[in-house]
Write a protein that binds this ligand. Structure first.
Ligand SMILES: Cc1cc2nc3c(=O)[nH]c(=O)nc-3n(C[C@H](O)[C@H](O)[C@H](O)COP(=O)(O)O)c2cc1C
Length: 427
């Protein structure tokens, strides 16, 4: 195969046929990895092929590698941590090996996916007997493809190349205020394609999601407007739960709309219509409920105001806006500001006061509900807390083992300290 075709047309595959790849072909692909450049030609990476169904099941159940059962050949790539750390040279070499494997596999008609989301690192290490001086770089899923993903957005070299100097400020922050709205949206649009439509995103706190959906469901009218979704997590679940309600999702990104439409088709969901509206001017229609979920934390203040004004314009009189935000006064909200549990792109936790000031100009807040007083997802606490907070890590890891803390719904005083808040506001 022409190298250009391989580079341009290779896609991450997440749906595979059951059929196994012949062993000799599999080892050919791994050999393509070995041909990659490596620092001083040391080739300090190793492959761990998982082919034992019981082990796969353990990796799924114990380590949380969610979709390993769908991958005919998961290959973990590990590097030696004892050398070449200063410039990550072992990691660079192993990464080059992975890319070689993906391209060569593609040229043979074999699908692949580079996976960093393979679950809990420590548990994977234990299950695969990987020594502590090794670093797991990732897992490469290999198998015959059973999907043809739509090509994701790739930036052009002209967009990301600078000559001699890089013109970014010295101090970079995760605060959306320091970003342009265009850059935030562009990042969101690129990110959404990182999952095939039939896999999608999952919520960091599954119990919280369930409770939020339950709460939101009790407030929905017949015509619901969903503002600027970027993950589909809530929208698709709500649409499936309430098939008689008609949902409209409006987005300022054409690509996001295209991806969502494909996802809705894939899941045979008929009660969502998608509207591309570049400047978020909507069709004249008015709605019974407006949902603005998981959004305001990733907007600069000007767009935050705009989106609330838009919600106001789109609502019928006496109707309801449901707005969720990550609460700065919660444990997670505070740690989030320190960089813990970050997801995609700039985001900050916000205070109730700042949102109430904004909302009170046009709405009356009638209810405030909090979810997750103290979240305990393994993802979050197992990762560990940085800086001076590390002293709490052993304690939090211990609590995380029991899922003691996640999944509380609180109104009144406790809502003030809960991770996510949903505000119910009347027009
Ligand atoms: C370091 C790295 C980690 C990745 N981790 C995951 C993952 O955990 N799960 C997944 O589905 N895809 C993962 N991917 C695949 C990316 O989502 C994918 O490369 C990206 O969306 C672009 O799509 P493409 O590979 O088809 O060009 C990863 C890719 C890289 C390079």
């Amino acid at each position: 195969m022409d190298i250009k075709k391989a580079i341009w047309d290779r896609r991450s595959i997440r749906k595979f046929k059951k059929e196994k790849i012949p062993t000799s072909v599999l080892y050919n692909i791994l050999d393509a990895g070995v041909q990659a450049p490596s620092s001083c030609n040391q080739q300090l990476f190793y492959f761990v092929l998982v082919d034992d169904p019981a082990l796969k099941q353990k990796l799924e159940k114990e380590a949380g590698f969610k979709w390993i059962d769908r991958i005919p050949h998961p290959v973990f790539v590990v590097t030696d941590k004892r050398f070449g750390n200063e410039k990550f040279s072992n990691i660079q070499g192993a990464s080059a090996a992975i890319e070689n494997m993906l391209l060569y596999a593609y040229s043979l008609g074999i699908g692949s996916c580079w996976i960093a989301g393979y679950g809990d690192k420590a548990i994977v290490k234990r299950l695969l007997h990987i020594p502590s001086y090794f670093h797991i770089l990732g897992c490469v899923g290999l198998g015959y493809p059973d999907e043809r993903p739509i090509p994701p957005i790739k930036r052009s070299a002209r967009e990301i190349t600078f000559v001699n100097h890089i013109p970014f400020p010295e101090e970079a922050t995760n605060n959306p205020e320091d970003w342009t709205y265009k850059d935030i949206q562009s990042l969101a649009a690129r990110t959404i394609f990182a999952k095939s439509p039939d896999i999608g995103y999952y919520h960091l706190f599954p119990l919280e999601l369930e409770q939020q959906l339950h709460f939101i469901s009790s407030k929905l009218g017949k015509e619901v407007l969903y503002l600027e979704d970027i993950s589909g997590i809530y929208l698709f679940k709500l649409a499936q739960m309430h098939q008689r309600i008609s949902f409209t999702m409006v987005s300022s990104s054409k690509k996001v709309v295209a991806w969502m439409e494909e996802k809705a088709q894939h899941h045979k969901i008929k009660n969502i219509s998608f509207v591309y509206s570049p400047d978020l001017t909507l069709p004249k229609k008015q709605f019974d409920t407006v949902l603005c979920l998981d959004q305001v934390n990733r907007l600069p203040s000007r767009q935050r105001e705009q989106i609330i004004a838009l919600a106001h314009r789109s609502l019928k009189k006496d109707s309801t806006l449901l707005l969720s935000f990550l609460n700065k006064r919660s444990l997670y909200g505070a740690l989030f500001r320190k960089g813990v549990g970050r997801r995609y792109g700039p985001e900050i936790s916000l205070t109730y006061g700042s949102l109430a000031t904004l909302l009170n100009k046009q709405f009356t807040i009638t209810e405030r509900v909090g979810f997750n007083l103290l979240p305990s997802p393994k993802l979050f606490f197992k990762m560990g807390v940085p800086g001076r907070y590390t002293v709490f890590n052993p304690f939090m890891r211990y609590l995380a083992r029991f899922n003691l803390l996640e999944g509380s719904t609180n109104s009144g005083f406790l809502a003030r300290f809960s991770t996510t808040n949903i505000l119910v506001a009347k027009k």
